[in-house]
Design a binder for this molecule. Structure first.
Ligand code: ADP
Length: 356
């Protein structure tokens, strides 16, 4: 009974929060200068953290003009993985309460998207910590709620879906997004692996990364040109009142958002960058349409948004990390990313935000 009371209270607060603030959050994270940049004298960062706060970021252009950006949180170069997860955590419990959640990392290649989502074995990122948190809460609710968790991992490259949990490429089936009988968007045939603890998840992530790198000259190069999606499906059963929930959590490491110089791009590379542009702007359009409570949400404009259709909008929660570099040489891309993120957050046009 105590649990039910807490559960209902959390649900009420959560709904209230959605009403008040909309359900889209944008976090900005700046990586530290790397050794090369320090050697090259980029130490005079274009991001002025003195004039920034936990919610504001000041960018100083070469002609000294300043631009201020507002986010739901700004992580500075010295903020570690724990600090990032502490802000991310509140959205995680809602997956076990039956809400769909999407977490994205957006930004130029080399700004720390993979570091934030995946991290390293020593500095684990959002993916691992999220699963750990899901298992922790599930354990805490043991006896009251019963949960089953399944993990899928897929890649979208040039508008094609690839199952990253299928090791043998000769078994690869053509994957498409289809509407289920319940009206949700599904990818029939995608492997769904049951997981019982973080060790299982870690093993699956290793498999996924191995499959992802097959056929590419450099894993890093390919990974910057494709979107990598980790999907967790949670089926919950309330043992007190018999209620059942089914929810989805998506953890997405997006392709690099950098514009490629017109002269250096041709053939395969041109096609790739067009697909990336198309899908990232489609994602931006969908999220900003949701933020401004637009009547039409253009999910069908890219494979990425189509796959995520059932987990974006409605009472689903969206969190986007916009990753930036502190280096002066990246200023152009940094401004592009920050402008994109501001548009996504709907600050200019989002009535949902104005009530904050
Ligand atoms: P992306 O996925 O955006 O291409 P990566 O995650 O591969 O970028 O990051 C590029 C490099 O910067 C990696 O070596 C990564 O470990 C390092 N890095 C990124 N963000 C941070 C951070 N916040 N702290 C320490 N190192 C970072």
């Amino acid at each position: 009974r105590k649990f039910l009371k807490e559960y209902n209270e959390r649900k009420r607060l959560s709904n209230e929060l959605i009403e008040m603030k909309g359900n889209i959050r944008v976090f900005c994270r700046c990586r530290p200068l790397n050794a090369g940049e320090i050697l090259n004298g980029s130490a005079a960062s274009v991001l002025n953290f003195e004039a920034s706060s936990d919610y504001e970021l000041q960018v100083v252009a070469s002609d000294s003009t300043k631009k201020q950006f507002k986010f739901d949180h700004v992580f500075k170069p010295e903020d570690n993985q724990e600090a990032v997860f502490a802000q991310t955590k509140p959205v995680i419990a809602s997956v076990l309460d039956g809400f769909n959640v999407c977490i994205f990392a957006y930004g130029q290649t080399g700004t720390g998207k993979t570091f934030t989502m995946e991290g390293t074995p020593e500095q684990r990122g959002v993916n691992y910590r999220t699963l750990e948190e899901l298992f922790r809460i599930a354990e805490e609710r043991h006896g009251v709620m019963k949960y089953e968790l399944c993990v899928s991992m897929l890649e979208v490259y040039n508008e094609k879906i690839r199952d990253l949990l299928v090791e043998n490429s000769s078994q690869t089936k053509k994957l498409e997004v289809k509407q289920s009988a319940e009206g949700t968007q599904e990818v029939p045939g995608l492997v769904e692996a049951p997981v019982y603890g973080t060790e299982d998840v870690w093993e699956l992530l290793k498999t996924g990364n191995r499959v992802r790198s097959v056929g590419s000259t450099s894993a890093n190069e390919l990974s910057s040109r494709s979107h990598c999606l980790l999907r967790v499906t949670v089926v919950g059963e309330n043992l007190v009142n018999g209620d059942r929930t089914r929810s989805r959590l998506w953890l997405v490491d997006l392709a690099g958002s950098e514009r490629v110089g017109k002269t250096e791009v041709e053939g395969e590379r041109l096609k790739e960058s067009q697909f990336i542009n198309k899908s990232l702007s489609a994602l931006g359009d969908v999220i900003s349409a949701l933020a401004s409570k637009s009547a039409h949400i253009p999910y069908r404009n890219s494979k990425l948004t189509h796959i995520l259709q059932s987990s974006l909008g409605g009472d689903c929660k969206t969190l986007m990390f916009v990753q930036v570099s502190p280096s002066e040489t990246d200023l152009g891309e940094t401004l592009c990313s920050l402008n994109f993120a501001s548009r996504v957050r709907g600050v200019e046009s989002g009535p949902a935000r104005k009530q904050v």
